[in-house]
Design a protein around this ligand. Structure first.
Ligand SMILES: Nc1ncnc2c1ncn2[C@@H]1O[C@H](COP(=O)(O)OP(=O)(O)O)[C@@H](O)[C@H]1O
Ligand SMILES: [Mg+2]
Length: 309
């Protein structure tokens, strides 16, 4: 064998858990749920909204596909249908908010990018949606280039904060939908926000994701936005399996009052709605997904002190 063909053994990793190749009986699994939570996560609670302006809430989880955009679209719609003035800013280059709300993003002139780079144009960045009282700033591919442009800019973490400033007195709540990565666009969202709302899937890695997020939030609080805190953790794509229920009890045990009920059940109507460009409250309001998001939005409105008609 030639010397360059030799690959040394992988370094043994420090294992957290010893894996035993053996199927657990249900009785063993039950004992997991009654055990102490393994991760203690200390989450700073967000401060109340200053009077006369919108609360700004970033919906965030560094994991993709956990239901961030679905939550933004459906909570925003429920609130707007009940008389709350809502602005959604899509900070994800995928631009799923526009699709979900039936807006053709290729025909939009001013987008989230404009809001970052030309704050004086902020009013022109908002687009009316089919839902009265719900406005959207469209995110799309140009956010990729923005990430690079920001990196050389002075005050690069505060562009969105500046862009939103003139709009805040005209809304009750602003939702910032984020990409699953932690780039400068997402940092801008955190700097512009009062609070973070975290959707988690009731799957095994849920707690680890939130622990990582908590350390990001602490770092942003320390260096850039001391007001930032958590408004809640909500559960998505919940299915009636033993594992989902165990993860749910573990999340409730770990986050206590920060958990916003109810968990959103896995529901095909929620997955179908975006393809039609209409939110669940119009597509299938009586579906499990429609009911769960209505109940969740009501509980959030209570926390935020939003007046619903
Ligand atoms: N409760 C649910 N039941 C079924 N499908 C869902 C549910 N929530 C979201 N989905 C679907 O899962 C996929 C990922 O959701 P999405 O909201 O886009 O996640 P994220 O924004 O975190 O990437 C989408 O196709 C969406 O339609
Ligand atoms: Mg998304």
């Amino acid at each position: 064998m030639k010397e360059e063909d030799f690959l040394p053994d992988a370094v043994p990793a420090p294992l957290v858990v010893e894996f035993i190749e053996e199927e657990f009986e249900h009785a063993d699994l039950d004992s997991i749920s009654s055990a102490e939570p393994r991760t203690q996560v200390d989450l700073p609670i967000a401060e109340p909204t200053p009077s006369g302006r919108a609360r700004v809430v970033t919906v965030m989880n560094q994991k993709g596909g956990v239901g961030k955009t679905t939550t933004v679209i459906n909570v925003a719609t429920h609130l707007a249908l009940n008389g709350v003035r809502v602005l959604v800013v899509d900070c994800d280059q995928q631009g799923n908010c526009a699709t979900g709300l039936g807006i053709d993003k290729s025909r939009v002139k001013h987008t989230t990018r404009t809001l970052f780079t030309e704050p004086e144009l902020a009013p022109a960045c908002r687009h009316a949606t089919a839902v009265q009282g719900l406005h959207l700033v469209v995110g799309e591919r140009s956010l990729v280039g923005l990430e690079q442009d920001l990196s050389t800019m002075l005050g690069r973490e505060r562009c969105l904060h500046e862009g939103l400033e003139s709009l805040l007195p005209h809304y009750d709540i602003v939702f910032l939908d984020t990409a699953p990565s932690l780039g400068l666009v997402t940092i801008n969202a955190l700097v512009a926000s009062d609070a973070v709302l975290v959707p988690v899937q009731t799957e095994f890695f849920a707690l680890e994701g939130v622990a990582m997020l908590a350390s990001t939030i602490r770092e942003v609080r320390r260096r850039l936005n001391p007001r930032l805190g958590f408004d809640g953790v909500m559960m998505t794509m919940h299915a009636p399996t033993l594992l989902n229920s165990q993860v749910k009890s573990q999340l409730v045990e770990t986050f206590g009052d920060l958990i916003v009920e109810p968990p959103i059940r896995r529901n095909i109507k929620l997955a179908e709605a975006p393809s039609e460009g209409i939110p669940i409250h119009i597509h299938a309001p009586e579906s499990n997904g429609g009911r769960d998001y209505s109940a969740l939005a009501q509980n959030l409105a209570l926390r935020w002190g939003l007046q619903m008609k």
